[in-house]
Ligand binder design. Structure first.
Ligand code: ZN
Length: 138
């Protein structure tokens, strides 16, 4: 069995961001030389997500608006967690959007459904954070 562990680092200019990380993950799959296997991609912070969806700007904006309705950043005093910090909404957004994805590797490539792309979702950015990529297979 082959395996490869990689880390992707992010330090977003804005507090919130959606970044298509599919090219970086594909590069690691190629580097692993795994032809048949699995690729796990997970956010290593509890205020950011990894999820799969369509890379369509309107949809990404819809996600942002929807998340802000579910867990508005302000007023920050509405959250018990904001006792010395102000990122309770980011924890909630992370839970909704998920921690990780697993994608099958078939014939040496990520085996996506139509329009599927892997995203890093940042909800409390402007600092260094990372994503784990673990690839296993033959
Ligand atoms: Zn917190």
């Amino acid at each position: 069995m082959k395996s490869l562990t990689g880390y992707l680092w992010f330090n977003t200019k804005t507090k919130k961001a959606f970044i298509n990380i599919t090219p970086q993950v594909e590069e690691l799959v190629k580097k692993s030389k795994v032809m048949e296997g699995f690729c796990l991609v997970n956010a290593m912070h509890i205020t950011s997500s990894v999820f799969i969806n369509d890379d369509e700007p309107g949809l990404l904006n819809d996600f942002d608006v929807w998340l802000e309705k579910l867990a508005p950043h302000t007023p920050t005093s509405q959250y018990q967690h904001n006792n010395g910090e102000d990122n309770a909404d980011a924890h909630l957004k992370r839970s909704i959007m998920g921690r990780e994805v697993v994608v099958a590797i078939t014939n040496g490539e990520l085996d996506f459904g139509p329009w599927e792309q892997i995203f890093y979702g940042e909800f409390d950015g402007q600092r260094k954070k990372r994503v784990l990529v673990k690839i296993i297979g033959d």
